[in-house]
Design a binder for this molecule. Structure first.
Ligand SMILES: Cc1ncc(COP(=O)(O)O)c(C=O)c1O
Length: 391
């Protein structure tokens, strides 16, 4: 299991945490190695992905959108997964790992509420006490998911760094504080492919089923691999899950970063395009910084992409030029949201709408037979109140 993703002299990833957390990370690393080799638990994981979560999710040929954009568009329907987003894959995997380690309590951070809800679901299923940290701004803009978490019996801990201010970064900080204090009983179920090692690798492993299925399904439907796979990038879990199986293939890997109000305005979350090399939440990666190297606030219309950092493996893929990452503005994402809803009757999450918008850009240079796969990471019900004014 690689601790680092090396590029020239820089080693992205690693474990940059207070000494008090090191034993917990080492315990996690060791347990995960055992978990991977335990045949019974791996069978249980696959069984739950199938019967509880509803995998495999369909790969749907979007005929109307294809006609409109002038190439062959397939949608990987993670929006149809139980819970409404890809986050369920990782929550089931880490939930089982927590149990395997004998932990009694789950904690998690959440932005869009999808990871919080996935953790609440699995906490209820496993009969574990579950607490979710969530920024006050996100509690306001993702109210439906807050109610869904409560319905599953999870406790929500609002995080407010200044009056009315608090998003995903702040929720991660609070969850880390809780973990340091309660490390013996508590498992920190991290929601994205970032954070200290082994989280980026572990979350990728739990999400790579997305790409494995895409590969099988596209060969079956289209008889060849796609020209490109497009996914949105917050911390990077749905994107690395969709990309990983294709790393050694001749397939383009394109990530949509949150371009917010536009890169020039400074109000965005495009960590790969605009970030500096720095440490955030326990790993060396790229994150938005000011002139003094302090982490800057991110901004995105979509709570799940409103994060100043990104997972280290994406930085590695970008630096080695294996994958490309493009900022997509709020306005483009809203246009993508409406386009998919109105051509196919599929309402994407605002996060996934960034990937749709990037596909619109990509399609401008495509030939009619080019195959494009868009990972629809989640469904848009949670965003309806927020987009109401654009409808
Ligand atoms: C539907 C959906 N897609 C994407 C993301 C972004 O996360 P990641 O980059 O880890 O896939 C989120 C985060 O909450 C989400 O809810």
């Amino acid at each position: 299991m690689p601790k680092y993703f090396p590029y020239k002299k820089i080693k992205y990833g690693g474990q940059y945490v207070p000494e008090t957390l090191m034993p917990a990370l080492l315990e996690l690393e060791t347990a995960y190695e055992k978990f991977k080799k335990d045949a019974a638990i791996q069978t249980r994981f696959k069984d739950l992905l199938h019967h509880y979560a509803g995998r495999p999710t369909p790969l749907y040929y979007a005929e109307n959108l294809s006609k409109k954009l002038g190439c062959k568009i397939y949608l990987k329907r993670e929006d149809l997964l139980h819970g409404g987003a890809h986050k369920t894959n990782n929550a089931i995997g880490q939930g089982l790992l927590a149990r395997f380690m004998g932990k009694k309590r789950l904690i998690a951070e959440t932005g869009a509420g999808q990871h919080g809800f996935a953790t609440a679901m699995i906490g209820a299923f496993l009969g574990m006490e579950t607490e979710i940290y969530m920024g006050v701004e996100d509690i306001e803009r993702q109210r439906l998911n807050v109610l869904r978490m409560k319905a599953c019996g999870a406790k929500i801990n609002p995080v407010e760094i200044r009056p009315g201010i608090g998003t995903l970064k702040d929720a991660v900080n609070e969850a880390l504080r809780d973990w340091v204090t309660n490390v013996r009983t508590t498992y920190y179920l991290f929601g994205t492919a970032a954070g200290p090692h082994p989280y980026p690798t572990m979350v990728r492993d739990f999400q790579r089923v997305i790409g494995q299925e895409i590969k099988q399904q596209i060969k079956h439907h289209a008889g060849s691999l796609p020209k490109v796979i497009i996914a949105c990038v917050g911390g990077g879990s749905n994107a690395i899950g969709a990309f990983y199986e294709f790393i050694n293939d001749d397939v383009g890997l394109w990530g949509a970063e949150p371009g917010g109000k536009g890169i020039k305005t400074g109000h965005h979350g495009a960590a790969i395009n605009c970030g500096c090399d720095t440490i955030l939440h326990g790993s060396l990666s790229k994150a938005l910084c000011d002139e003094d190297g302090q982490i800057k606030e991110a901004y995105s219309i979509s709570a799940g992409l409103d994060y100043p950092g990104v997972g280290p493996e994406h930085v590695y893929l970008s630096q080695t030029k294996r994958a490309k990452y493009f900022p997509i503005t709020d306005a483009q994402a809203i246009a993508g949201f409406k386009l998919l809803s109105q051509t196919e009757g599929i309402i994407p999450a605002l996060e996934s709408a960034h990937a749709v918008a990037l596909a619109v850009e990509y399609a401008k240079k495509c030939q009619p037979d080019d195959i494009v796969v868009i990972n629809i990471s989640g469904r848009g019900d949670k965003d309806m109140e927020q987009v109401a004014k654009y409808l």
